[in-house]
Design a protein around this ligand. Structure first.
Ligand SMILES: [Zn+2]
Length: 288
């Protein structure tokens, strides 16, 4: 594989090279870990690789297929957009993709479908629809799924996929992580005071963004444990969350936390965000 303009580390390059040694295209590639940006970069690189028609190393980056795929303008490379504000891949969209995948490619030898950020966009009901195609996958089709943590995908999809893991460079700031833990435990605490006290500690924008990204990590851990997978960040908290929360609640809590991060970057007052977040967390956790 050609790695010009590609940032990944040596181990990742080695494992990517290994898919070329197989005689046929994998049906599903899952890109796991790293940052959203690095996942996107690798998914485009793999899409280019799949459609490139150079005789030399692929992707050549110069043929029409490569150029169009890179510009997201190739008729055989489809980037799923999802529905609604949260870009969910609903059953209809997955069914459309499946129907389309059975039609021969236009310009390239392979059709590529990229479903990005599956952790929050790919509900189980749609994953089940998708799973049916994997039982008898169409020829010359590559599905690329990206996720921050592939453990949230159905194990039946994972077992049929080739998974590439990007390294996360994030070093955890323990002091901020402790605040994130207080907030996360506050979410499931019966007393509102604990959560209010914890969100009151969101005191400057930069550290608040980091704290909330840790809250997302802790919530994802809880979600993993509740579907029978392991926790990466804090097992004890993940276990306590899994006793209290349903799967849909995790997803809503993660969504609200990411909304709060957006608000922080939009210069909304931190006090207001803290109060709003507290109210939203409680609404999601205690609604019946
Ligand atoms: Zn090319």
């Amino acid at each position: 594989m050609n790695f010009i303009g590609f940032q990944g580390n040596e181990r990742l390059k080695e494992s990517l090279n290994s898919i070329e040694k197989q005689n046929r295209m994998p049906h599903v590639i899952i890109i796991n870990g790293g940052t959203e940006e690095s996942r996107q970069e690798l998914s485009i690189h793999l899409a280019m690789w799949a459609v490139c028609n150079s005789d030399g190393e692929k992707p050549c980056g110069e043929c029409k297929n490569c150029i169009n795929a890179k510009a997201k303008a190739h008729s055989d490379v489809y980037f799923a957009k999802g529905e609604g504000k949260t870009n969910i891949y609903n059953k209809d969209e997955i069914n459309r993709i499946i129907r389309d995948a059975s039609i021969k490619p236009n310009q390239a030898d392979t059709k590529v479908y990229v479903l990005s950020e599956c952790d929050r966009r790919f509900p189980v009901i749609s994953q089940n629809v998708f799973l049916k195609t994997l039982e008898e996958p169409p020829q010359d089709v590559l599905f690329i799924l990206t996720c921050e943590n592939s453990k949230v995908l159905l194990s039946t999809i994972l077992s049929r996929a080739t998974v590439f893991t990007l390294e996360s460079k994030t070093e955890i700031n323990q002091e901020l992580m402790d605040i994130a833990k207080e907030i996360t435990l506050g979410i499931i605490s019966k007393s509102e005071i604990q959560l209010l006290k914890a969100t009151y500690r969101l005191s400057d924008r930069e550290s608040s963004l980091e704290i909330l990204s840790y809250v997302v990590l802790l919530l994802r851990d809880g979600l993993c444990v509740s579907v029978g997978a392991g926790a990466d960040t804090d097992e004890d908290i993940a276990y306590r969350l899994s006793k209290k929360l349903r799967k849909t609640q995790y997803l809503k809590l993660i969504e609200i936390t990411e909304d709060a991060q957006r608000k922080i970057t939009q210069n909304v007052s931190l006090k207001l965000i803290g109060t709003w977040l507290c109210a939203e967390y409680r609404r999601i956790t205690w609604q019946r």
